[in-house]
Design a protein around this ligand. Sequence first.
Ligand code: SAM
Length: 298
Amino acid sequence: MLALDPYIAADARSHIISQSFFKLAAPQAKSRAGRTPKMRPVPLRRMEAWGTVEPRSPTGQDGASRPPAPSAPGALTQRRTRPVPDPSPDARRSAPAVARNREPIAAQLLQLLPATGLVLEIASGTGEHAVYFARKMPHITWQPSDPSPEARASIAAWTAAEGLANVRAPLALDAAAADWPVGKVDAVVCVNMIHISPWEATEGLMRGAGARLPPDGVLFAYGAYLQDGVPTAPSNVAFDADLKRQDPRFGLRHLHDVAACAAKNGLALARVVEMPSNNLSLVFRKVMTVSPGTGAVP
Ligand SMILES: C[S@@+](CC[C@H](N)C(=O)[O-])C[C@H]1O[C@@H](n2cnc3c(N)ncnc32)[C@H](O)[C@@H]1O
């Protein structure tokens, strides 16, 4: 059971990582007595922040899309006294950081992505970015993906709830896999995965994007990175330690390592954009095709 309001929890802590959230808050989670709850729970499942937890915006932006508080006076009493059967639990999850970072990321994507075409999103998570970006870019077909079944259920539920025709059903895609279940794409977007996954996922991201993008096609990779000659913000130092405690294979990557890995796959680091809360947007462009085993072909 989630006793804390994740929004309050996220803003109160420096960084929160909860990859196991889906299991903790799964709609069919059993009660302590071992029975599946029949009462309608919180209208919209919420998840603690993945990635860097950005400070609450002074404009209140991060609260704009909040669902109603589950503890609103009256609501709980009503649920206790008049149980409501819940035939279709809502699979939508919510990550508070998305409401804070989606607009700055969208501003970058609007400049970078082609006006039309197929955009593959790697590690879509809750799916909130997918629906937000797809709504802003209606002529693009958005292809979300995630290896987590709970994430894919959330993505599909958000897409249905928003009624968006330009978002495809989410793919089960592990970036580290040798083969991806998708062919050529016009651009690739990846938000907050590189530091919250083993390095093999980044290698796979570069390999998969390099093989699928057209000449000059964009791979956009948002997240927190370490940079040579740039002091790491204390919040990112703490974040890195948190990540490594969770899984020693996780952690903030050096920008030069990510760029070198991309270059091996024909992707050149074209631009680095400073983003709020010590994050960066990395913009890679496909400059050459790499044939496995035979090297790069300009
Ligand atoms: C921090 S969440 C970010 C989700 C979303 N992009 C966002 O910013 O809210 C990290 C996501 O990476 C996904 N992920 C982890 N390892 C992955 C891999 N090897 N390939 C693809 N996605 C992966 C997780 O399932 C999770 O949805």
